[in-house]
Design a protein around this ligand. Structure first.
Ligand code: ADP
Ligand code: ASP
Ligand code: MG
Length: 439
């Protein structure tokens, strides 16, 4: 069994959906095909939900109508026969009727998540209709029947696996299964999701749940590049990464992978491949447990970081001080990304600001607290970085003109992280690209 996940751009145009059909029928292996929403749809759904949250119903209606038109154009270019076109019309009607009904009822968070789920429901149903039109045997697997998260929004892998095995057991002869990425049920049995970019996470969880041979993430680029191609001029794909390296890159901002998408595959030792739908025979990136090569392999940047400094001449040297500081973050379920300490102060970074005020208030009981928003973590990822000579010197030389707020080195063998103000991010990535890689 293999998992093939296709992202928004891979299904975003009718001709691309046909290409996906070609890719999933190239071999006769059993596969679960995980689809994202068409590119742009989830953003549009977020903007509809935002308009409703702000009680701007006319704006929401305008956005719903524009999206509706997009789907009407899409299915006509996707499908040929009258029978399948009328199926698609019905599917689109059903989902847009739902959105129009929401306009009339009072808005809440659960409804917002229902709105966000429409994209993956539409893309998979339209794709399944295409397979039916072409007489390609396949089974439609609703993700809401098996994918779930608990009260802490953590996926329930054991339950997902049990449910999937029962469902798949009903179709011993079938080879192609089509399901939605991103969406799930929560502990209140409401529709929920795995956060933006979550279809990668779905694919990896499904791979772990069925002990797949490989999880293939098909996207619009030929694998993980050594730097963010949206920001930096010259980047190149990396053929091989270890799970640890890929996890660090995903967590620290490489958008090609959802931040949590590596651990399920890593836990069950399932190789992950990053492949390009537009260039299916390109090598891509293979992620396995094998650690290869030494030195820096790639850079990534994570935006929206806040640094918190707690300064205390009296307390810091006392044992138990750090525990007290960490307990505050634990109490508010806010995870810390970076830590640096000195004789009189400790600095940490967080990206979840939902409890910032409460956290600052409690920390003020231990010392003087300073908060710096709009920071970016630049992560330098590779193998045995701390052991490879001269890396840190090259990093610092490359960044000679940029103020660095924090440095974290030696915490793992795979990562050096630096904190800079967001305004310096692009310059830092570009300078490090030139200073750390040979071209
Ligand atoms: P999908 O819709 O297929 O999930 P995403 O847009 O989520 O695709 O991820 C692919 C995009 O990630 C690429 O088009 C690229 O712009 C961006 N990206 C950011 N950092 C990297 C990187 N280090 N390597 C490759 N792509 C990256
Ligand atoms: N459609 C969702 C998003 O845009 C999930 C995904 O594409 O992975 O965030
Ligand atoms: Mg993505």
């Amino acid at each position: 069994m293999k998992i093939m996940k296709f992202g928004g751009t891979s299904v975003g145009k009718p001709e691309r959906m046909h290409q996906v059909k070609d890719l999933i029928t190239r071999d006769n292996e059993k596969k679960i095909v995980v689809l994202s929403a068409l590119s742009g749809t989830t953003n549009a759904l977020v903007s509809i939900s935002d308009a409703l949250a702000a009680a701007k119903k006319d704006l929401a209606k305008e956005r719903i109508d524009a999206l509706h038109q997009h789907y009407l154009d899409f299915y006509k270019a996707l499908l040929k026969t009258e029978a399948s076109r009328s199926k698609a019309e019905k599917i689109i009607k059903e989902h847009f009727e739902f959105l129009n009904i929401i306009l009339k009822i009072s808005f809440n968070e659960a409804i917002s998540r229902d709105i966000l789920a429409q994209g993956e429901l539409l893309s998979t149903k339209l794709f399944y209709t295409l397979l039916q039109e072409l007489d390609i045997p396949a089974v439609f697997l609703p993700a809401l029947d098996f994918m779930s998260i608990d009260e802490n929004s953590e996926p329930e892998l054991k339950k997902i696996s049990e449910r999937l095995k029962v469902i798949l057991g009903n179709y011993p002869e079938d080879r192609i299964f089509v399901t939605q990425g991103y969406i799930c049920k929560n502990h209140r049995n409401e529709v929920d999701n795995l956060k933006r970019g979550g279809s990668d996470y779905s694919a990896s969880l499904i791979g772990a749940a069925v002990s797949a041979d490989v999880v293939e993430i098909w996207t619009d680029i030929d694998g993980m590049h050594n730097n963010d191609p949206r920001v930096v001029n010259k980047t190149r794909p990396i053929a091989q990464l270890s799970f640890d390296e890929a996890a660090e890159l995903a967590y620290f901002g490489a958008k090609i992978l959802h931040p949590a998408s590596i651990w399920p595959a890593q836990q069950y030792n399932i190789p992950v491949k990053l492949l390009n739908t537009m260039e299916p025979d390109a090598l891509g990136t293979t992620i396995t447990k094998k650690e290869m090569g030494t030195g820096v392999k790639a850079l990534a940047a994570k935006d929206g970081i806040t640094a918190i400094k707690i300064k205390s001449t009296r307390m810091l040297l006392a044992y138990g001080f750090l525990r007290k500081v960490f307990e505050v973050f634990e109490k508010y379920k806010t995870s810390i990304d970076m830590i640096t300490t000195s004789e009189v102060a400790v600095s940490v970074t967080i990206d979840d600001l939902s409890h910032l005020d409460e956290i600052v208030k409690e920390l003020e009981g231990y010392g003087l607290v300073e908060v710096d928003k709009n920071q970016t973590i630049i992560s330098i990822v590779g193998n045995l970085i701390a052991e490879s000579k001269g890396t840190l010197a090259k990093v610092m030389n490359s960044l000679a003109g940029i103020p660095i707020r924090m440095v974290s080195y030696g915490g793992s063998r795979h990562n050096v992280s630096l904190l800079v103000e967001a305004q310096y991010k692009n310059e830092a990535l570009q300078s490090l690209n030139e200073g750390l890689f040979e071209w």
